[in-house]
Design a protein around this ligand. Structure first.
Ligand code: UDX
Length: 429
């Protein structure tokens, strides 16, 4: 442990909590991760990692002596100077964020008599910090500090995103608490944005909304490209060079999914609506994304006619490559629509599973998925798909039709390999 090492308790051993805990241990702090699920804690104690996140297992292994795992609140809090809240905030039926796990952590905090700082990593509505502050004060814990320290980590690159972030955002009620949490991040070279708590909460929601807006924007440009004969890949390149626009998050495709974007867009929409504001751009972003997930069906019908009895292979189930996460994956919407059209659906993914997708047969290999298929849809841009022998696969299909939902493959090469190839926002076959 480095001399400046602090003691950090992390509540929630999900993907955000584990990455946060492992990275703070890497920075030299002593971390205890607490979760309510005993099996998860057992797994972690054995040295196994319950989620697939590149680099996380190495980080946990390397910092084993600085990391503890427990189900016991008191054990986690014992000696802790910082308490990170990294529990889930899933949507409720109304689309608002369900904060019950957050409140459980706050209410279970032992009545410590020393100063500790509660740091919010979970994505919460604006105003949550204020409510937590009141709740702590009401329990006589006015000496417990509070800082909103949102995460901007993407799955698959979470460790790098934490250790080399574009910025660190700290929203505090007391300046000294912000200073303390800034110091906790020592060793990370990044601008630190200090703000009030509400603004920090909004920064997280607004950052996600801006990224989603870019995706829905380029997807609509893609759809207009299709109608007018332009190529969205070239268009994105051409506008991306404009420094005011930038290149990232301009990949047209079959829509965004994942554990954050869909949930957070809904939460921000509800937050605005409940505050009396109709957030028109965000509503459009959400609707465009829903429609985008379904556009492939129209393309397949155009290429194959009726889909009844057709064998369709989905290449990829994860919502993006390098994760086994299928939450809100466009693959699931596509599978559901294809089954409703009467198609037989097979799916291949190198790590994700079709659990919960009733009626979908999981194939072990790309070859197995495509054998005798009437069409394939590239759903997730898994790098291994760049290395397959497409010409021999085309020969094994009943009809060599491929819809590239991520504009990953080279249209000319795919056509040369024998495919009737269509993509998103590019000149069709
Ligand atoms: C996102 C944010 O990037 C992260 O900052 C936040 O903390 C959590 O949400 P994540 O959900 O892991 O992270 O994935 P991300 O890489 O952002 O991709 C989200 C979705 O957008 C994926 O389905 C991806 O395929 C899609 N996407 C992304 C596009 O369709 N086009 C793009 O150009 C970029």
């Amino acid at each position: 442990m480095s001399e400046s090492g602090k003691r950090v308790a992390v509540f929630g051993a999900g993907y955000v909590g584990l990455v946060t805990g492992a990275c703070f241990a890497e920075l030299g702090h002593r971390v205890v991760v607490r979760d309510v699920v005993p099996e998860k804690i057992e797994t972690l104690r054995r040295g196994d990692v319950p989620i697939f996140e590149p680099g996380l297992d190495e980080l946990l292994a390397r910092n084993r002596e600085r990391l503890g795992f427990t189900t016991d609140v008191n054990e986690a809090i014992d000696g802790a100077e910082f308490v990170y809240v990294a529990v889930g905030t899933p949507p409720t039926y109304s689309g608002d964020a369900d904060l019950s796990a957050v409140w459980t952590v706050i209410d279970e905090l032992p009545a410590v008599d020393r100063r500790i700082v509660v740091c919010m990593k979970s994505t919460v509505p604006v105003g949550t910090g204020e409510k937590v502050r009141h709740r702590l004060d009401a329990r006589g814990l006015a000496h417990v500090g509070y800082v909103s320290n949102p995460e901007f980590t993407a799955e698959g690159t979470a460790v790098r995103d934490f250790m080399e972030p574009d910025r660190i955002v700290l929203g505090a009620f007391e300046e000294a608490d912000g200073d303390a949490v800034a110091k906790l991040h020592e060793g990370i070279d990044a601008p630190v944005v200090r703000s009030d708590v509400a603004s920090a909460e909004m920064i997280k929601l607004a950052a996600n909304a801006a990224l989603m807006a870019r995706i829905s924007f380029i997807n609509e440009i893609a759809n207009v490209c299709e109608a007018t004969g332009a190529d969205v890949v070239k268009v994105a390149e051409g506008i991306g060079w404009d420094r005011r626009i930038g290149k990232s998050f301009l990949q047209a495709g079959i829509g965004f999914g994942g554990s954050c974007f869909p949930k957070d867009s809904l939460a921000l929409k509800q937050l605005a609506a409940s505050s009396g504001y109709h957030f028109q751009v965000l509503n459009a972003v959400i609707e465009v994304n829903e429609l985008q997930k379904r556009r492939v069906i129209g393309k397949l019908k155009h290429l194959l006619g009726s889909l009844r009895g057709k064998r369709i292979a989905l290449l990829g189930l994860a919502f993006k490559p390098n994760t086994d996460d299928t939450r809100e994956s466009p693959a699931f919407v596509l599978a559901g629509r294809l089954l409703a059209e009467g198609a037989d659906v097979l799916a291949w993914d190198p790590v994700a599973h079709a659990d919960g997708l009733h009626g979908v047969v999981q194939a072990e290999t790309v070859e197995e998925a495509l054998a005798d298929a009437d069409a394939a849809v590239l759903v997730t841009a898994w790098p291994e798909l760049l290395d397959v022998d497409w010409a021999s696969l085309a020969a094994r299909m009943r009809s060599a039709v491929l819809v590239d939902g991520r504009n990953m493959l080279d249209p000319e090469a795919m056509r040369a390999a024998g495919f009737r190839y269509d993509a998103i926002g590019r000149a069709a076959t």
